[in-house]
Write a protein that binds this ligand. Structure first.
Ligand code: ARG
Length: 580
């Protein structure tokens, strides 16, 4: 149910009747002032200027062509130039009934079904995931959940950084330091690998014979040498096993099935370079193969060059992404690809897309989107880093949050048994971090604040989770089973109407997220819904209303609120606690 959309279509129909050539967009918003109905046509003045008709006359004309008369109680003109819509309560009840009876809250699948690839999380091998990967992982996962809910065919792509020079370096270093036996006996953990990775990079810079050996191992690995391949495989597996544990902890839907990293495209790269040269898109200069793009200019106004093969014949990050796009379009038949990568990679993606387009690797109507996100900052607006300037490990951050949640719960519920305490702390701790991130507009930086995210007040996970458990406990106290309630919801008081309208807004929110990948609007919505419920509960007695009809109606409304919150939290990947 998308009421704004219904009204918009109604008005657009009327405008076409009034003027055949009408094309301008109609803007319908929720009314903010009480006494002015629930919805408002916000750009009547603009429309009247375009059509050369004064706003009040245009209002009269529109009214004449309104099709869906059964929806509106009344439609009024308000000065200087708005149209306000009052929705019939009986119509609202009918819509609520559809939600009550449907397991999908009455939300239909999108047609046509599209193949959508979501490229997200994508950590690098031999390194722990850091806080920067949190945003890509959880925002990407919400988009995936929403698109799947809408019946789209979604392919999750975890484009891990599992290829490149660093693997030759790592293999050479493990060999030199006699660490291979330990590696094969599973005695090296990811933390060890990261340390080894840093040390090996220094060695590579300082020691010429070591760097020569490393490079020879890169070539060997690229040619499928079994010795190098088995070491590489082990490094990937240690890292990813660790990451899969983090995904599980985070309640993120990524598994090993979804990992198609950079190495997967390795076999395609020589042909890509050959083909780009043949098509005169790439050219060779002193042994380096470069694509010059007129679309991108450097500071001196010259066309920017993207290197796709180095002198030593090694390929680059961009070469892989070009091949990856070809694969996704020609083999996976993608209609839309969404990348969740931090904003610094924007130019890289744009260049890769441009090259892939020039080479005809991707179809013209393929939608390519980079959903950027900002950084996490401290209260003093400095980047979120450890004292020595290193990135904060994601697993440490999550552990800390669970600990903080545990201390909080211990204070609130000192008698909770150990098992329940551990379970509840995990739910509250992880949700708090996730929700605080998801509730911020993804394009801007945000300030990380433990106190706020664990608070039971405001737009936070604990507040929404608590609101849900409270409604459930109200429903449990009732002696009337929900399935025995056959009457439709009766909407008498303002707070009942407001709650109904809010519940019916859910579909609009989902459609917006499917389009823009912006989970924060779901958080805002759930917060408003929970607030509307509080208002309703304060003003309307549910369990103790005298008339049985009223009681039944209000129980139903409460149930619909809980059902909507549950679905919303599920789409955000936020778990619900049975009791809080
Ligand atoms: N591995 C990269 C990183 O950690 C992100 C990869 C994004 N996806 C892509 N197709 N380039 O920054």
């Amino acid at each position: 149910m998308n009421i704004k959309d219904i009204i918009r279509k109604d008005i657009e129909y009327a405008l076409i009747k009034i003027n055949n050539n009408y094309t301008y967009k109609v803007l319908i918003i929720s009314t903010k002032k009480t006494g002015f109905g629930q919805y408002q046509l916000d750009n009547l003045i603009k429309l009247s200027n375009i059509l050369y008709i004064s706003p009040d006359i245009l209002y009269e004309k529109i009214i004449n062509f309104i099709q869906k008369k059964n929806i509106y109680k009344k439609i009024i003109f308000s000065k200087p130039g708005f149209i306000n819509f009052f929705i019939k309560n009986t119509w609202l009840s009918k819509q609520l009934e559809k939600i009550f009876l449907s397991s999908r809250l009455g939300i239909k699948h999108l047609h046509p079904k599209k193949n959508i690839i979501v490229d997200y999380s994508s950590p690098n091998i031999a390194k722990e995931m850091h806080v920067g990967h949190l945003r890509s992982t959880i925002i990407g996962d919400v988009t995936v959940r929403v698109l799947e809910f809408l019946g789209q065919k979604v392919i999750r792509a975890n484009h891990i950084g599992d290829w490149g020079t660093q693997f030759g370096i790592l293999i050479a270093y493990l060999e030199e330091k006699k660490l291979l036996k330990k590696l094969n006996q599973n005695l090296l953990c990811l933390k060890d690998l990261e340390k080894i990775y840093c040390e090996s990079k220094i060695e590579y810079k300082l020691n010429q014979s070591f760097s020569k050996k490393s490079r020879s191992y890169v070539v060997k690995l690229q040619n499928g040498d079994p010795y190098c391949y088995s070491i590489w495989k082990k490094l990937v597996s240690i890292t990813m096993l660790n990451n899969y544990k983090i995904y599980k902890k985070l309640n993120v839907t990524l598994t090993d099935k979804h990992t198609i990293g950079e190495s997967f495209y390795n076999h395609m790269l020589p042909n890509i370079v050959k083909d780009l040269k043949k098509k005169k898109i790439a050219s060779e200069k002193d042994g380096t193969t470069i694509v010059f793009l007129d679309e991108f200019k450097n500071r001196n106004g010259q066309s920017m060059g993207v290197i796709i093969q180095k002198k030593d014949k090694g390929f680059l990050y961009a070469t892989t992404d070009i091949a990856c796009m070809k694969y996704r379009c020609q083999y996976l038949h993608a209609n839309r690809i969404i990348y969740y990568t931090d904003s610094r990679q924007y130019q890289h993606l744009l260049q890769s897309w441009t090259i892939a387009k020039k080479a005809n690797y991707i179809s013209k109507d393929l939608l390519l989107e980079h959903h950027i996100f900002g950084m996490m900052l401290y209260k003093n607006k400095k980047p979120f880093k450890t004292r020595d300037g290193n990135t904060i490990k994601l697993s440490n951050l999550l552990d800390e949050s669970v600990n903080k949640a545990m201390n909080l719960i211990k204070k609130k519920k000192p008698n909770l048994c150990k098992k329940k305490l551990v379970k509840l702390s995990a739910i509250i701790g992880i949700s708090a971090v996730k929700y605080s991130d998801l509730s911020k507009n993804r394009v801007t930086n945000y300030i990380f604040d433990w106190e706020k995210m664990l608070s039971f007040e405001g737009n936070t996970a604990p507040y929404i989770q608590y609101a849900y458990t409270r409604i459930i406990s109200i429903l449990k106290k009732s002696t009337i089973p929900l399935h025995k309630i056959k009457i439709k919801v009766i909407l008498n008081k303002d707070s009942e109407v407001n709650l109904a309208i809010k519940i019916l807004e859910f579909e609009e929110i989902i459609l917006l997220i499917a389009q823009n990948g912006t989970p924060h609007i779901m958080c805002k919505y759930l917060y408003e819904l929970a607030t509307c419920f509080s208002n309703f509960y304060e003003n309307c007695s549910v369990l103790f209303s005298k008339r049985i009809k009223t009681r039944k109606s209000r129980l139903k409304l409460s149930f619909l609120t809980a059902k909507t919150i549950k679905k919303g939290l599920h789409l955000l990947g936020i778990k619900i606690a049975k009791e809080m």
